[in-house]
Design a binder for this molecule. Structure first.
Ligand SMILES: Cc1cc2nc3c(=O)[nH]c(=O)nc-3n(C[C@H](O)[C@H](O)[C@H](O)COP(=O)(O)OP(=O)(O)OC[C@H]3O[C@@H](n4cnc5c(N)ncnc54)[C@H](O)[C@@H]3O)c2cc1C
Length: 477
């Protein structure tokens, strides 16, 4: 093999090399390798084949994916909370991707925020919009095979319908040789392609292998999270959790986000933060706010669990000559809406490859600006999470947030500024920059200041530390 290890094509778009002699556009007969059939890989394949059809370009796509999404438990699953925000459900629908009923495990209609100073249920801002809770695989270990259908399996099926071919192999290396990009698999299979799309997410060794070949590529930053599934049965879930996702604002260092998400017979728990470990989990499970969510105040044994990694820093660069990183392998939104970012990066990369070209310069001009937009928004996201951390630490601030939200929820038609901010933060429906700008509005600041004072006055329900069940009951219709 005449490979040029150390030069995977992650060079500056402005520096010229002999590889420029190779075709930098897709043509009839071009072959594309997509490594990974998570949402990014499958959506890329679907969009690319769709666009190729519209411009009468005859290309072929091989999707490499060793995982079988029909399996239950971790073997068939891409490990995530499975929340698809209402804005993404609608955007996918405009692309002709309608989530079938057997893929959507539950429509989430509200968030219930739990804090030590009380709880509040936040209804969906627009009554007709619902968040979808899905399973990435075919449900938890030992679940009933008929009850769940995989979201990732559904997207892969759409790509196959468009003509993509699935190769059930694990890719171990990608090398550039004089004529093409060569993809090597664990089963010794190897093949040449005109374009390689890396969509392996951050729970794979492949990007480390690429980073080992060249100093020009920095793989994405990642941190450990925790997910588990509780089997409670539909009836208990309906009575205790309702169609609500339960989120927690607790004074636990390193915990950025914790949620209980009802799905069919199960409830999924997700813990996101800075390297989730046993100590943090013990504190979480030991807190009364979490325990009281479960029947009898007792946390049952989980039936399935995993410690997946999440992307917290973009790959640099997320493209090279005839190579592009999409979804978590490239860039994603910090802690939220990873599936939405997979959709956006997949579409932008497919558009670039079909309508502009596949050189580093093409990706730098037409793909990188979208990734940079996500990365900049994540910087604002860090600021927003920083403020959230202050609220997490300061009890008086939690009282003010609780009071403001409860009052907004009690008054239909009021401008629900705090509720909207919290909703978009929990669901990932809006960019962090939008959320941040809304918190600078004088009406938001004025109302928050007033509620901080009123919520901490002697005699206020938040001040007395009463769980605001009366208020929550009042808000529940
Ligand atoms: C705890 C947790 C909760 C989350 N909750 C949500 C949520 O509720 N909503 C949301 O939108 N996002 C959520 N995310 C983020 C979301 O999971 C990711 O952003 C999303 O899965 C990225 O999609 P992807 O296609 O880029 O990568 P993945 O979904 O990771 O898919 C990568 C695919 O590549 C395959 N693969 C890997 N290596 C190889 C290889 N060498 N050869 C061939 N195939 C390979 C894998 O088998 C896999 O199928 C969560 C993440 C975590 C960790």
């Amino acid at each position: 093999m005449n490979s040029t290890a150390g030069n995977l094509g992650f060079r500056s778009a402005h520096s010229r090399s002999r590889q420029d002699a190779l075709p930098s556009k897709l043509h009839d007969g071009s072959r594309i390798a997509v490594i990974g059939a998570g949402p990014a890989g499958s959506m890329f394949s679907h969009f690319l084949l769709n666009m190729a059809e519209t411009v009468a370009l005859d290309v072929s796509v091989d999707i490499f994916e060793p995982r079988k999404f029909c399996h239950r438990g971790p073997a068939g699953c891409n490990h995530c909370g499975g929340i698809v925000s209402e804005s993404l459900v609608q955007r996918l629908a405009t692309e002709g991707i309608m989530l079938p009923d057997d893929v959507v495990q539950r429509g989430i209609e509200s968030y219930t925020l739990h804090m030590d100073v009380g709880d509040v249920e936040i209804a969906t801002p627009l009554a007709e919009k619902r968040i979808a809770a899905i399973y990435r695989g075919n449900g938890p270990r030992n679940s009933e095979p008929t009850d769940t259908h995989s979201f990732d399996g559904y997207l892969l099926h759409l790509a196959q319908e468009k003509g993509a071919n699935v190769v059930e192999s694990l890719v171990t290396d990608v090398r550039r040789d004089d004529a093409s990009m060569r993809v090597h698999c664990a089963d010794q299979h190897s093949d040449s392609y005109d374009l390689v799309v890396v969509a392996t997410g951050v729970n794979s060794r492949l990007e480390q292998t690429l980073a080992d070949q060249t100093q020009e590529f920095e793989q994405p930053g990642r941190t450990k999270t925790f997910i588990c599934e509780f089997h409670l049965g539909r009836k208990v879930i309906r009575e205790t959790f309702g169609p609500s996702m339960h989120v927690f604002l607790l004074d636990i260092p390193r915990l950025e986000f914790a949620a209980l998400i009802p799905k069919g017979d199960y409830v999924t728990l997700c813990l996101l933060g800075d390297d989730i470990d046993e100590e943090l989990m013990d504190r979480f499970f030991g807190s009364p706010e979490v325990q009281k969510c479960f029947p009898g105040g007792e946390i049952p044994r989980h039936v399935c669990h995993c410690y997946p990694r999440i992307n917290i820093k973009a790959a640099r660069p997320a493209f090279g000559d005839r190579m592009v990183m999409i979804g978590d392998s490239g860039t994603t939104r910090l802690f939220k809406d990873g599936i939405g970012a997979a959709y956006r990066t997949a579409k932008a990369a497919a558009k670039t490859a079909i309508f502009h070209g596949i050189s580093a310069k093409d990706f730098e001009t037409h793909y990188a600006p979208m990734c940079n937009g996500i990365n900049k928004d994540n910087q604002v996201g860090k600021l927003v999470f920083g403020f959230g951390g202050l609220v997490q630490k300061a009890r008086f601030a939690r009282r003010g947030v609780l009071r403001m939200t409860v009052h907004e929820q009690e008054q239909p038609g009021s401008s629900r500024r705090m509720s909207g901010v919290l909703w978009d933060l929990f669901s990932g429906s809006a960019p962090y920059t939008d959320v941040f700008l809304r918190t600078l509005h004088p009406a938001y600041i004025g109302s928050l200041l007033w509620n901080l004072v009123a919520g901490n006055m002697p005699g206020s329900s938040a001040r007395n530390g009463r769980t605001s069940e009366e208020e929550v009951d009042h808000v529940r219709h």
